[in-house]
Design a protein around this ligand. Structure first.
Ligand code: NAD
Ligand code: FES
Length: 292
């Protein structure tokens, strides 16, 4: 069992929890995720790690209520426990493999949409701790839904908040702010965009036009999280990949977002899965995916 040491509602339907999981905390890196279950019967929920404290042995997760399982998670209080807390899963962010000196020479832009601020935060913090200050755009529908502003402010080189309805910060979607920053003379060597699939699709369309290489973190439906079930199948550069073991980060300019979004919907129903199985053939299930 994995004890919840802190449970906080950040804003409507979005929760933050610090969970006692020393083995995950000891080895996890920014970009990786965990799969949690409240009890033996509940759905497995994949969540990108928001923060970790190796000394305390805790991992911070942020989630939004989107269905029955996340509703059950939200009811848990400090002192309650998760039945499963499996991780760290997936590959760490590519940034964590570069040395600090080469990162310091890079002009890095993060684009976080909505709950996507949670997985962006550990990457920006990791860079800040190594003396690398990145620009960060955080987009939210409206001011009341904005999360982790103070935390992000403490680690970002420059923080640009934007709200779709103009209730706080800049007005418009994150793509508008990217355009504005570039028009103001900003130049970037790499962009990391994390948020809803539709946001990542349009950020990538724009950064391709602007010539900025872009990394996205995909969160398709996941079941086992180990490359076996095929739930998280995506096409990247014309090749079949499984987000849980090959990602979750990919070259955004190569991701087939339209297919990923349509598959996300189809995979929810038995009929949709049967359709995908017929269409995708051998690659519908992942198999071990890693044994060559
Ligand atoms: P949201 O719908 O509030 O969107 C956040 C921001 O994305 C908006 O403020 C806007 O600036 C931008 N955006 C949205 N549509 C856009 C478009 N068409 N063009 C340009 N920019 C656009 O975000 P939300 O409600 O927090 O999103 C929840 C979704 O995000 C869920 O589906 C969840 O699964 C997903 N999510 C993904 C990740 C990840 O790792 N990729 C992490 C957390 C959440
Ligand atoms: Fe990725 Fe099952 S969740 S293959």
């Amino acid at each position: 069992m994995y004890k919840i040491l802190k449970a906080q509602e950040l804003t409507t339907n979005i929760y933050l929890m610090d969970v006692e999981a020393p083995r995950v905390a000891k080895t996890c890196e920014p970009g990786q995720f965990v799969i949690v279950r409240t009890d033996g019967e509940s759905e497995r929920i994949p969540l990108t790690i928001c923060d970790y404290d190796r000394e305390r042995g805790t991992v911070t997760i942020v989630f939004q209520i989107v269905g029955a399982a996340t509703q059950m998670m939200a009811r848990l209080q400090e002192g309650d426990s998760f039945r499963d807390f499996v991780g760290p899963l997936g590959c760490p962010s590519d940034l964590t493999k570069e040395d600090a000196e080469s990162l310091k020479r890079k002009r890095i832009l993060f684009v976080a949409g909505g709950v996507g601020a949670a997985p962006v935060y550990p990457q920006v913090k990791w860079l800040h701790e190594r003396g690398v200050d990145a620009d960060v755009i955080v987009g939210s529908k409206t001011r009341s839904l904005l999360i982790l502003e103070k935390e992000m402010e403490a680690v970002a080189g420059n923080l640009y908040i934007t709200t779709d309805d103009g209730s706080y910060g800049r007005s418009g979607m994150v793509t508008q702010t990217i355009q504005d920053l570039v028009a103001e003379g900003k130049q970037y060597d790499v962009c990391i965009a994390i948020g809803p699939m539709i946001m990542m699709k349009f950020v990538c369309k724009l950064t391709k036009e602007l010539g900025i290489p872009t990394v996205v973190s995909l969160n398709p439906i996941m079941v086992d999280g180990t490359g076996m079930c095929g739930a998280c199948r995506v096409t990247v550069g014309g090749q079949v990949k499984f987000a849980c073991v090959d990602g979750p980060e990919f070259d955004g300019h190569l991701v087939n977002f339209d297919e990923a979004m349509s598959r996300q919907q189809l995979y929810r129903t038995q009929e949709g899965r049967a359709f995908l199985k017929a269409k995708e053939g051998e690659t519908h299930h992942g198999g071990c995916g890693n044994c060559g």
